[in-house]
Design a protein around this ligand. Sequence first.
Ligand SMILES: Cc1cc2nc3c(=O)[nH]c(=O)nc-3n(C[C@H](O)[C@H](O)[C@H](O)COP(=O)(O)OP(=O)(O)OC[C@H]3O[C@@H](n4cnc5c(N)ncnc54)[C@H](O)[C@@H]3O)c2cc1C
Ligand code: FES
Length: 361
Amino acid sequence: MIEEKSMEHLQLRIKNIRTETSSSKSYFIEEVNGKKIEYKGGQFFTLLVNLHGKEVRRSYSISSAPGVDTQIYFTIKRIENGELSRYLLDHLHIDDVITSLPPTGRFTIDVPESELAVFVSAGSGITPVFSLIKHLLYQFSDTNVLLIYQNHNEEESIFREELLLLQKKFSGRFLIKEIFSHPIDHTRPSQRLNNNLLERILLQTVHTNSVRFYLCGPEAFMRMALFTLKVMGYSQDTIRRENFFATAPPPPFMTDTNPHNVTINYHNKKYHIKVAYPHNILEVALKHNIHLPYSCRGGRCSSCTSICTTGRVRMTINDVLTPKDLENGLILTCVSYPETDVELTFDATDVNRVIDNNVNL
Ligand SMILES: Cc1cc2nc3c(=O)[nH]c(=O)nc-3n(C[C@H](O)[C@H](O)[C@H](O)COP(=O)(O)OP(=O)(O)OC[C@H]3O[C@@H](n4cnc5c(N)ncnc54)[C@H](O)[C@@H]3O)c2cc1C
Ligand code: FES
């Protein structure tokens, strides 16, 4: 019962590498067979790398924007003591081929739903944001964009030059508020984005109720931004988040420890497994060599999304599915525990159909 692994995998050739900052590089890629890679701005690749005999998966957001950039690229920032970021930055060369899952992710904007899109970002959190900003500026002339961008200093600010050029090109529609904790230019204030500063910037710059927020940065930074927006009275459904950093949450409290039947429809095959607390559906499926898609295993990236067509599951965490997604039966299998017998479908067309019917903020 082993799923044909390569069915869903891309083989990406590194066409070019561009150094962005002292700790980050962009990798320009193409599919080895020349096939066009379909993606939306804000989505990510999940790279599968064999490191010391074991497969390591990490996601990297696509910084290019379809319809704007001719080449697709993602950007990796070095994490001190990080297992894969350090390895890739030191060992990935032009013409190397790397395995990846197809682009996925829900941090996307099909059609803007507001007059103003506010991005609050820090460090490598700019990677999907850069793609979305280009998408909005070039393809939706009625939408204004505000970027609040925290970095250590000017040189560590990924895509800074390109962003400043965009601000010039789209002046009147695109405003950047740069914040540096240790600016090189000493005439600039040394600041960290905190609740007070974020609130002050928003009060000064946001003059419409038609606004949506997109947050991407370190976990504590996102918590601060989310809290500030809520205190300012913005509702949850105006705020979207992309969380790069996930630790698997513990199983939820459940009294029912009986095994439940789980039927999985994947790549036109039906699999039957039994899942009992405290194990989640993804974990048990992988143990049975059903190679479902996944990346973070922490309920934050959405790679493992399926539709629950029958029965009910309990999810421990959900940072990516909207209330509408949940209404449509979407679940994150990596944090899902069956409460009844359930049937799931991963059929890409089914999931995409549900996603396409959804309102994207
Ligand atoms: C949806 C998604 C999109 C992502 N897009 C990008 C991207 O475009 N560019 C990019 O560089 N990374 C991105 N990431 C993060 C990336 O997948 C890895 O987590 C990151 O490269 C660290 O992996 P590692 O193996 O080097 O570190 P690990 O060995 O996994 O971790 C080492 C240590 O660093 C901590 N850590 C891990 N990630 C971070 C972080 N981001 N900030 C602070 N501490 C961290 C861990 O808790 C651990 O203590 C994304 C993650 C997700 C889920
Ligand atoms: S694997 Fe990331 S949300 Fe499930």
